[in-house]
Design a protein around this ligand. Structure first.
Ligand code: ATP
Length: 256
């Protein structure tokens, strides 16, 4: 069963074709990678899937539903959540408040209402669930600290926790290892895998850290100048001459 299908998706900005006729299937329950050089169109694909951009051409289906023309909040309600390449937390709010905001997406109350307006019991439940998520992401000890004051690695984990608070079935991670040291990125790999299992998620991952990509993805798609140049399992991708030339480089093979 396929959970996400892009058919001939194209995104143009004036004279620039950021994504060109891109078709991709992301199977349910899998961790799939989307890689390629800077400017290849990866984040634009995420922006199309999550409704930030409407594809100029082509279609996007999620669980057999056409989502290409839905606004971001409806796509979020359909079960798709994301993190951002440039971390987008509420930096002056605490880590706990950032995760609680994610839960509000699923509440009947209006999203803009601060916690004070929520029924007290409901707020208590959200707080408890948010603390559980923080615990899961090793952030319990910093729950009351402003999100912007946390180290990069912790901020990236916090973004994932907030995304999970929206109760998604499909999670898009945009460079989650960026800014992490080697130990943090190794821990991130097991976190991504365990979160996928525990929350029954399908994950699409953009990442430049090949240790992470090759370590967690079962299938990888490669973009260059907006077009797909290869797809396959990690072994196929790391040995594909086109991918080596366009992205990985010969050096990668020496150290892989
Ligand atoms: P990186 O690895 O550096 O994040 P990327 O593969 O995610 O790169 P995109 O950010 O999707 O690449 O950008 C693809 C191309 O589309 C780039 O040339 C970029 O400048 C262009 N682009 C993306 N968004 C817009 C926009 N809103 N307006 C104009 N051009 C855009």
């Amino acid at each position: 069963m396929s959970s996400l299908i892009l058919k001939n998706a194209t995104m143009r900005f004036g004279g620039i074709t950021a994504v060109n006729n891109f078709s991709m299937t992301v199977p349910e329950g899998c961790i799939t990678g989307l890689i390629g050089p800077n400017g290849a169109g990866k984040t634009t694909v995420f922006n199309m899937i999550t409704g930030f951009y409407t594809p100029t051409e082509g279609s996007i289906h999620f669980n057999d539903r056409q989502i290409s023309h839905l606004p971001p909040h409806k796509i979020c309600k359909a079960g798709i959540a994301r993190t951002f390449q440039n971390i987008r937390l509420f930096s002056t709010q605490s880590a706990l408040q950032n995760v609680m905001v994610g839960f509000h997406v699923r509440q009947s109350n209006q999203w803009w209402m601060p916690p004070l307006f929520l029924h007290l019991r409901e707020e208590k439940q959200i707080r408890r669930k948010a603390m559980e998520l923080l615990e899961r992401f090793h952030l319990r000890d910093v729950a009351d600290m402003p999100a912007g004051s946390l180290p990069y690695g912790a901020q990236r984990r916090l973004e994932i926790a907030r995304a999970l608070a929206t109760d998604p079935t499909f999670l898009l991670l945009d460079e989650p290892a960026a800014g992490m040291n080697p130990q943090e990125s190794t821990e991130l790999m097991s976190l991504i895998t365990s979160v996928r299992n525990d929350y029954n998620l399908t994950i699409l991952l953009i990442e430049h850290d090949m240790k992470v990509v090759m370590g967690v993805c079962s299938h990888i798609w490669v973009l260059e100048y907006g077009s797909c140049i290869a797809e396959g399992d990690p072994d196929h991708i790391r040995n594909n001459p086109k991918v080596i030339e366009a992205y990985l480089g010969e050096e990668y093979l020496k150290y892989a």
